[in-house]
Write a protein that binds this ligand. Structure first.
Ligand code: GYE
Length: 321
Protein backbone atom coordinates (compact mmCIF):
# COMPACT_ATOMS: atom_id res chain seq x y z
CA UNK A 1 0.00 0.00 0.00
CA UNK A 2 1.50 3.37 -0.89
CA UNK A 3 1.27 6.56 1.17
CA UNK A 4 -1.79 7.76 -0.65
CA UNK A 5 -3.87 4.70 0.22
CA UNK A 6 -2.43 4.45 3.72
CA UNK A 7 -3.35 8.05 4.55
CA UNK A 8 -6.90 7.54 3.27
CA UNK A 9 -7.17 4.42 5.36
CA UNK A 10 -5.93 6.26 8.45
CA UNK A 11 -8.41 9.04 7.77
CA UNK A 12 -11.19 6.45 7.54
CA UNK A 13 -10.16 4.95 10.87
CA UNK A 14 -9.98 8.42 12.47
CA UNK A 15 -13.46 9.15 11.14
CA UNK A 16 -14.80 6.29 13.19
CA UNK A 17 -14.81 3.41 10.74
CA UNK A 18 -12.33 1.49 12.88
CA UNK A 19 -14.76 -1.32 13.54
CA UNK A 20 -15.55 -2.08 9.86
CA UNK A 21 -13.95 -5.13 8.24
CA UNK A 22 -10.75 -4.26 6.37
CA UNK A 23 -12.22 -4.78 2.87
CA UNK A 24 -14.97 -2.26 3.51
CA UNK A 25 -12.49 0.31 4.79
CA UNK A 26 -9.85 0.01 2.10
CA UNK A 27 -9.35 3.18 0.07
CA UNK A 28 -10.23 2.83 -3.62
CA UNK A 29 -7.45 1.86 -5.96
CA UNK A 30 -5.97 4.79 -7.88
CA UNK A 31 -4.86 4.04 -11.44
CA UNK A 32 -3.09 6.52 -13.66
CA UNK A 33 -3.85 5.72 -17.30
CA UNK A 34 -2.09 7.32 -20.25
CA UNK A 35 -4.07 6.84 -23.47
CA UNK A 36 -2.56 7.19 -26.97
CA UNK A 37 -5.15 9.68 -28.22
CA UNK A 38 -8.50 9.66 -30.02
CA UNK A 39 -7.26 8.77 -33.50
CA UNK A 40 -9.76 6.05 -34.42
CA UNK A 41 -13.13 4.44 -33.68
CA UNK A 42 -11.15 1.67 -32.00
CA UNK A 43 -9.47 4.13 -29.65
CA UNK A 44 -12.75 5.82 -28.70
CA UNK A 45 -14.24 2.43 -27.82
CA UNK A 46 -11.12 1.53 -25.84
CA UNK A 47 -11.30 4.75 -23.81
CA UNK A 48 -15.00 4.17 -23.09
CA UNK A 49 -14.33 0.60 -22.01
CA UNK A 50 -11.61 1.71 -19.59
CA UNK A 51 -13.64 4.58 -18.11
CA UNK A 52 -16.78 2.42 -17.71
CA UNK A 53 -14.87 -0.46 -16.15
CA UNK A 54 -13.13 1.91 -13.72
CA UNK A 55 -16.48 3.31 -12.63
CA UNK A 56 -17.94 -0.17 -12.12
CA UNK A 57 -14.89 -1.33 -10.16
CA UNK A 58 -14.97 1.89 -8.08
CA UNK A 59 -11.46 2.69 -9.20
CA UNK A 60 -10.19 6.23 -8.95
CA UNK A 61 -9.01 6.70 -12.56
CA UNK A 62 -6.66 9.48 -13.55
CA UNK A 63 -6.99 9.59 -17.33
CA UNK A 64 -4.61 11.47 -19.65
CA UNK A 65 -4.93 11.74 -23.46
CA UNK A 66 -1.51 12.03 -25.16
CA UNK A 67 -2.79 13.14 -28.57
CA UNK A 68 -0.57 10.55 -30.29
CA UNK A 69 2.65 12.02 -28.83
CA UNK A 70 5.18 10.06 -26.83
CA UNK A 71 6.45 13.13 -24.98
CA UNK A 72 2.93 13.72 -23.63
CA UNK A 73 2.78 10.13 -22.40
CA UNK A 74 6.12 10.48 -20.64
CA UNK A 75 4.89 13.68 -18.97
CA UNK A 76 1.67 11.95 -17.86
CA UNK A 77 3.58 8.99 -16.40
CA UNK A 78 5.89 11.36 -14.49
CA UNK A 79 2.87 13.16 -13.11
CA UNK A 80 1.31 9.84 -12.01
CA UNK A 81 4.55 9.02 -10.21
CA UNK A 82 4.52 12.42 -8.47
CA UNK A 83 0.89 11.81 -7.43
CA UNK A 84 1.86 8.40 -6.02
CA UNK A 85 -0.88 6.45 -7.80
CA UNK A 86 -1.18 2.76 -6.91
CA UNK A 87 -0.78 1.45 -10.46
CA UNK A 88 0.26 3.03 -13.76
CA UNK A 89 -1.26 1.66 -16.95
CA UNK A 90 -0.65 2.90 -20.46
CA UNK A 91 -0.98 2.13 -24.13
CA UNK A 92 2.42 3.11 -25.56
CA UNK A 93 2.08 5.05 -28.81
CA UNK A 94 5.42 3.63 -30.09
CA UNK A 95 7.54 0.70 -28.90
CA UNK A 96 10.90 2.32 -28.09
CA UNK A 97 12.12 5.11 -25.81
CA UNK A 98 10.49 4.06 -22.54
CA UNK A 99 13.44 2.83 -20.44
CA UNK A 100 14.11 6.01 -18.48
CA UNK A 101 10.57 6.83 -17.41
CA UNK A 102 9.79 3.20 -16.58
CA UNK A 103 12.90 3.06 -14.42
CA UNK A 104 11.56 6.09 -12.56
CA UNK A 105 8.26 4.26 -11.93
CA UNK A 106 10.14 1.21 -10.72
CA UNK A 107 12.27 3.32 -8.36
CA UNK A 108 9.03 4.77 -6.94
CA UNK A 109 7.76 1.17 -6.52
CA UNK A 110 4.69 1.78 -8.70
CA UNK A 111 3.81 -1.26 -10.82
CA UNK A 112 3.23 -0.67 -14.55
CA UNK A 113 0.71 -2.51 -16.73
CA UNK A 114 0.80 -2.25 -20.52
CA UNK A 115 -2.53 -2.39 -22.31
CA UNK A 116 -3.22 -2.67 -26.05
CA UNK A 117 0.37 -2.02 -27.25
CA UNK A 118 3.70 -3.20 -25.92
CA UNK A 119 7.15 -1.66 -25.44
CA UNK A 120 10.63 -2.69 -26.39
CA UNK A 121 12.79 -2.33 -23.26
CA UNK A 122 16.09 -3.89 -22.21
CA UNK A 123 14.86 -4.72 -18.69
CA UNK A 124 11.70 -6.86 -18.71
CA UNK A 125 11.07 -6.15 -15.03
CA UNK A 126 10.05 -2.58 -15.96
CA UNK A 127 6.46 -3.72 -16.46
CA UNK A 128 4.37 -6.43 -14.82
CA UNK A 129 2.18 -7.61 -17.69
CA UNK A 130 0.92 -6.79 -21.17
CA UNK A 131 -2.82 -7.15 -21.92
CA UNK A 132 -3.63 -6.95 -25.62
CA UNK A 133 -3.93 -8.53 -29.04
CA UNK A 134 -1.44 -10.56 -31.03
CA UNK A 135 -0.87 -8.08 -33.87
CA UNK A 136 1.38 -10.38 -35.91
CA UNK A 137 -1.42 -12.94 -35.92
CA UNK A 138 -3.91 -10.27 -37.04
CA UNK A 139 -1.63 -9.47 -40.00
CA UNK A 140 -1.44 -13.19 -40.79
CA UNK A 141 -5.24 -13.48 -40.66
CA UNK A 142 -5.56 -10.61 -43.13
CA UNK A 143 -2.98 -12.29 -45.38
CA UNK A 144 -4.67 -15.70 -45.19
CA UNK A 145 -8.03 -14.23 -46.16
CA UNK A 146 -6.41 -12.56 -49.18
CA UNK A 147 -4.60 -15.73 -50.29
CA UNK A 148 -7.91 -17.62 -50.25
CA UNK A 149 -9.73 -14.81 -52.04
CA UNK A 150 -7.12 -14.73 -54.81
CA UNK A 151 -7.15 -18.52 -55.13
CA UNK A 152 -10.94 -18.46 -55.66
CA UNK A 153 -11.27 -15.38 -57.84
CA UNK A 154 -8.12 -14.73 -59.87
CA UNK A 155 -5.61 -17.54 -59.39
CA UNK A 156 -3.59 -16.71 -62.50
CA UNK A 157 -3.27 -12.94 -62.45
CA UNK A 158 -0.74 -10.68 -60.79
CA UNK A 159 -2.08 -8.98 -57.64
CA UNK A 160 -0.82 -5.47 -56.89
CA UNK A 161 -1.31 -4.46 -53.26
CA UNK A 162 -1.07 -1.04 -51.67
CA UNK A 163 -0.64 -0.84 -47.91
CA UNK A 164 -1.71 1.87 -45.47
CA UNK A 165 0.42 1.50 -42.37
CA UNK A 166 -0.47 2.61 -38.86
CA UNK A 167 1.60 5.01 -36.74
CA UNK A 168 5.31 4.69 -37.51
CA UNK A 169 7.10 2.74 -34.78
CA UNK A 170 3.89 1.49 -33.12
CA UNK A 171 3.49 -2.18 -32.22
CA UNK A 172 0.39 -2.75 -34.37
CA UNK A 173 1.94 -1.11 -37.46
CA UNK A 174 5.17 -3.10 -37.19
CA UNK A 175 3.48 -6.42 -36.42
CA UNK A 176 0.53 -6.20 -38.80
CA UNK A 177 2.96 -5.53 -41.65
CA UNK A 178 5.17 -8.42 -40.61
CA UNK A 179 2.38 -11.00 -40.23
CA UNK A 180 0.76 -10.05 -43.56
CA UNK A 181 4.06 -10.15 -45.50
CA UNK A 182 4.95 -13.50 -43.96
CA UNK A 183 1.72 -15.11 -45.20
CA UNK A 184 1.44 -13.56 -48.68
CA UNK A 185 5.01 -14.67 -49.46
CA UNK A 186 3.42 -18.08 -50.21
CA UNK A 187 2.07 -16.72 -53.53
CA UNK A 188 4.65 -14.92 -55.66
CA UNK A 189 1.89 -13.24 -57.71
CA UNK A 190 1.01 -11.05 -54.73
CA UNK A 191 3.17 -7.93 -54.53
CA UNK A 192 3.06 -4.84 -52.29
CA UNK A 193 3.71 -2.02 -54.76
CA UNK A 194 3.28 0.93 -52.37
CA UNK A 195 3.34 1.16 -48.58
CA UNK A 196 3.08 4.28 -46.48
CA UNK A 197 1.85 5.40 -43.08
CA UNK A 198 -1.53 7.10 -42.71
CA UNK A 199 -1.26 7.28 -38.91
CA UNK A 200 -4.38 5.20 -38.20
CA UNK A 201 -6.71 8.11 -39.11
CA UNK A 202 -9.49 8.50 -41.69
CA UNK A 203 -8.27 11.83 -43.04
CA UNK A 204 -4.73 10.53 -43.64
CA UNK A 205 -6.11 7.29 -45.06
CA UNK A 206 -7.96 9.29 -47.68
CA UNK A 207 -5.00 11.55 -48.42
CA UNK A 208 -2.45 8.75 -48.84
CA UNK A 209 -4.86 6.64 -50.92
CA UNK A 210 -5.34 9.62 -53.24
CA UNK A 211 -1.58 9.73 -53.73
CA UNK A 212 -1.46 5.97 -54.38
CA UNK A 213 -4.23 6.29 -56.96
CA UNK A 214 -2.48 9.18 -58.68
CA UNK A 215 0.74 7.22 -58.90
CA UNK A 216 -0.60 3.74 -59.77
CA UNK A 217 -4.20 4.26 -60.98
CA UNK A 218 -5.92 1.11 -62.18
CA UNK A 219 -2.86 -1.03 -61.46
CA UNK A 220 -4.04 -1.29 -57.84
CA UNK A 221 -5.95 -4.54 -57.15
CA UNK A 222 -5.93 -4.68 -53.36
CA UNK A 223 -5.74 -2.29 -50.43
CA UNK A 224 -4.46 -3.62 -47.10
CA UNK A 225 -5.12 -1.07 -44.32
CA UNK A 226 -3.74 -1.57 -40.80
CA UNK A 227 -7.05 -0.28 -39.39
CA UNK A 228 -10.66 0.28 -40.44
CA UNK A 229 -10.53 4.06 -40.15
CA UNK A 230 -7.79 4.33 -42.79
CA UNK A 231 -9.75 1.91 -45.00
CA UNK A 232 -12.89 4.04 -44.62
CA UNK A 233 -10.93 7.19 -45.55
CA UNK A 234 -9.44 5.35 -48.54
CA UNK A 235 -12.91 4.20 -49.69
CA UNK A 236 -13.82 7.86 -50.19
CA UNK A 237 -10.67 8.47 -52.22
CA UNK A 238 -11.41 5.42 -54.40
CA UNK A 239 -14.98 6.56 -55.05
CA UNK A 240 -13.84 10.08 -55.87
CA UNK A 241 -11.42 8.56 -58.41
CA UNK A 242 -14.42 6.93 -60.12
CA UNK A 243 -13.63 3.38 -58.99
CA UNK A 244 -15.70 0.90 -56.95
CA UNK A 245 -14.23 0.08 -53.53
CA UNK A 246 -14.71 -3.59 -52.65
CA UNK A 247 -14.95 -4.50 -56.36
CA UNK A 248 -12.36 -2.70 -58.51
CA UNK A 249 -10.11 -2.64 -55.46
CA UNK A 250 -10.47 -5.41 -52.87
CA UNK A 251 -10.13 -3.98 -49.34
CA UNK A 252 -8.80 -5.84 -46.31
CA UNK A 253 -8.57 -4.11 -42.94
CA UNK A 254 -8.28 -4.66 -39.21
CA UNK A 255 -10.24 -3.73 -36.02
CA UNK A 256 -13.87 -4.73 -36.69
CA UNK A 257 -15.48 -1.42 -35.68
CA UNK A 258 -19.12 -0.69 -36.56
CA UNK A 259 -18.06 1.62 -39.41
CA UNK A 260 -16.34 -1.36 -41.05
CA UNK A 261 -19.46 -3.53 -40.76
CA UNK A 262 -21.52 -0.76 -42.35
CA UNK A 263 -19.00 -0.46 -45.18
CA UNK A 264 -19.11 -4.24 -45.70
CA UNK A 265 -22.93 -4.21 -45.82
CA UNK A 266 -22.70 -1.44 -48.45
CA UNK A 267 -20.35 -3.71 -50.44
CA UNK A 268 -17.38 -1.34 -50.11
CA UNK A 269 -15.11 -3.33 -47.80
CA UNK A 270 -14.35 -7.04 -48.20
CA UNK A 271 -13.17 -8.17 -44.78
CA UNK A 272 -12.15 -6.94 -41.35
CA UNK A 273 -9.96 -8.82 -38.90
CA UNK A 274 -11.18 -8.32 -35.36
CA UNK A 275 -9.07 -6.51 -32.74
CA UNK A 276 -11.00 -5.97 -29.55
CA UNK A 277 -10.70 -2.61 -27.76
CA UNK A 278 -12.82 -3.80 -24.81
CA UNK A 279 -9.87 -4.14 -22.46
CA UNK A 280 -11.27 -2.14 -19.53
CA UNK A 281 -12.72 -4.94 -17.34
CA UNK A 282 -9.56 -7.06 -17.69
CA UNK A 283 -7.37 -4.09 -16.88
CA UNK A 284 -9.29 -3.31 -13.68
CA UNK A 285 -9.07 -6.91 -12.53
CA UNK A 286 -5.36 -7.23 -13.25
CA UNK A 287 -4.61 -3.85 -11.63
CA UNK A 288 -6.42 -4.94 -8.44
CA UNK A 289 -4.42 -8.20 -8.42
CA UNK A 290 -1.14 -6.39 -8.97
CA UNK A 291 -1.88 -3.83 -6.23
CA UNK A 292 -2.73 -6.67 -3.82
CA UNK A 293 0.52 -8.44 -4.66
CA UNK A 294 -1.21 -11.42 -6.33
CA UNK A 295 0.68 -13.04 -9.25
CA UNK A 296 -0.58 -12.23 -12.76
CA UNK A 297 0.38 -13.76 -16.12
CA UNK A 298 3.15 -11.94 -17.98
CA UNK A 299 1.07 -11.81 -21.18
CA UNK A 300 -2.73 -11.73 -21.52
CA UNK A 301 -3.84 -12.22 -25.14
CA UNK A 302 -7.22 -10.94 -26.36
CA UNK A 303 -9.44 -13.47 -28.22
CA UNK A 304 -10.53 -12.38 -31.71
CA UNK A 305 -12.05 -13.49 -35.04
CA UNK A 306 -12.26 -12.60 -38.74
CA UNK A 307 -15.43 -11.16 -40.34
CA UNK A 308 -15.88 -11.27 -44.13
CA UNK A 309 -18.54 -9.11 -45.85
CA UNK A 310 -20.92 -12.10 -46.23
CA UNK A 311 -21.59 -12.23 -42.48
CA UNK A 312 -21.62 -8.45 -41.87
CA UNK A 313 -25.41 -7.92 -41.81
CA UNK A 314 -25.93 -10.82 -39.42
CA UNK A 315 -23.09 -9.75 -37.11
CA UNK A 316 -23.66 -5.98 -36.95
CA UNK A 317 -26.36 -6.12 -34.22
CA UNK A 318 -23.97 -8.11 -31.99
CA UNK A 319 -21.11 -5.65 -32.27
CA UNK A 320 -20.29 -3.71 -29.10
CA UNK A 321 -17.92 -1.17 -30.66
O1 GYE B 1 -5.99 -0.99 -34.47
C1 GYE B 1 -6.12 1.38 -34.33
C2 GYE B 1 -5.79 2.28 -33.22
O2 GYE B 1 -3.36 -0.15 -30.95
C3 GYE B 1 -4.75 -1.91 -31.65
O3 GYE B 1 -4.68 1.67 -32.59
C4 GYE B 1 -4.57 -0.45 -31.54
C5 GYE B 1 -4.70 0.30 -32.85
C6 GYE B 1 -6.00 0.09 -33.61
O4 GYE B 1 -5.66 3.57 -33.56
O5 GYE B 1 -7.38 1.62 -34.88
Amino acid sequence: MNLNRRSLLLAAIAAGFGSLPLAAMAAPLTIGFSQVGAESEWRTANTMSIKDAAKKARVNLKFADAQQRQENQIKAIRSFIAQKVDVIAFSPVVETGWDTVLREAKAAKIPVILTDRTVNVSDESLYVTFIGSDFVEEGRRAGRWLLEHVKKNSPDSAVNIVELQGTVGSGPAIDRKKGFEEVIAANKKLKIIRSQTAEFTRSKGKEVMEAFLKAEGKKINVLYAHNDDMAIGAIQAIEEAGLKPGKDIVIVSIDGVKGAFEAMIAGKLNVTVECSPLLGPQLMKVAADVAAGRPVPRRIVTQEGVFPAEVAAKELPNRKY
